[in-house]
Design a protein around this ligand. Structure first.
Ligand SMILES: Nc1nc2c(c(=O)[nH]1)N(C=O)[C@@H](CNc1ccc(C(=O)N[C@@H](CCC(=O)O)C(=O)O)cc1)CN2
Ligand SMILES: Nc1ncnc2c1ncn2[C@@H]1O[C@H](COP(=O)(O)OP(=O)(O)OP(=O)(O)O)[C@@H](O)[C@H]1O
Length: 198
């Protein structure tokens, strides 16, 4: 099914409202359940740079996953680039943080090294909606799609995982040509794996 742009806008609105309606107790439990599920995704790297995000607007939180990473993996947060692509910077609690133009906290780019997507072992990304085929709908800015376009078909590329709540699952999303499908989507109660290309 092809959705008109207005259809996508209302789908985003509906999914953000569903996410916003979840109880604090559900959010707290979900963060730990998500961490457990992320740890079990096939191919999850045991070392290297792994990107998460600073949850805002009711997004499922990654703090439990971040604290489970151990010494061999370095947690990174996205930083908005002037070229409309994301870079990623290592960040630990206590490190300097600034607010980006969307009001999302990000590492202070003037003080930390910035990594490109190709330098990461895994990228866990937020989503507004997803389907069982691991199509992902984001905020609509195309940030992750532009950022991941260069690594999309690379022989070696980061593991791509979407993270969201089960209520954000849509029946079927029609991917746009530029949409980069993720290898897996984890929610608090399920893991969806993308079928291998035929
Ligand atoms: N936590 C988190 N970090 C993230 C993202 C995200 O979705 N969640 N991004 C994922 O791409 C990137 C930032 N992209 C974003 C794109 C749009 C909006 C947003 O709030 N849009 C508003 C309109 C705001 C405006 O235009 O000023 C909206 O849709 O209501 C936020 C982040 C990188 N970091
Ligand atoms: N590889 C790309 N090159 C140039 N423009 C792109 C690319 N990918 C996406 N875009 C632009 O980004 C816009 C938004 O894309 P889309 O609605 O799929 O974003 P999204 O996946 O919801 O957001 P995000 O990736 O930030 O989570 C598209 O209209 C498109 O013009």
């Amino acid at each position: 099914m092809t959705r008109a742009p207005s259809g996508l806008a209302s789908l985003r609105q509906e999914m953000r409202a569903r996410r916003a309606a979840l109880s604090p107790a559900h959010r707290i439990a979900s963060a730990q359940q998500l961490a457990d599920r992320l740890a079990s995704v096939p191919g999850m790297p045991r070392s290297g740079y792994v990107a998460g995000y600073w949850a805002v607007d009711g997004e499922i939180a990654l703090h439990a996953w971040q604290s489970s990473l151990g010494p061999d993996r370095t947690y990174c947060l996205p930083v908005l680039g002037t070229d409309q692509c994301l870079r990623f910077a290592p960040w630990r609690p206590g490190d300097a943080i600034v607010s980006n133009r969307f009001g999302i906290p990000e590492p202070d780019a003037s003080r930390v090294p910035l990594l490109a997507a190709a330098e990461l072992a895994a990228v866990v990304m937020p989503l507004v909606a997803f389907d069982e085929q691991c199509n992902r709908l984001g905020m609509g800015g195309g940030w992750y799609d532009r950022t991941l376009a260069p690594v999309r078909d690379a022989p070696v590329r980061p593991l791509l995982v979407g993270a969201g709540y089960e209520v954000q699952r849509a029946s079927a999303l029609e991917p746009a040509p530029w949409d980069v499908p993720v290898d897996a989507v984890c929610t608090e109660s399920a893991t969806y794996l993308r079928a291998p290309a035929p």
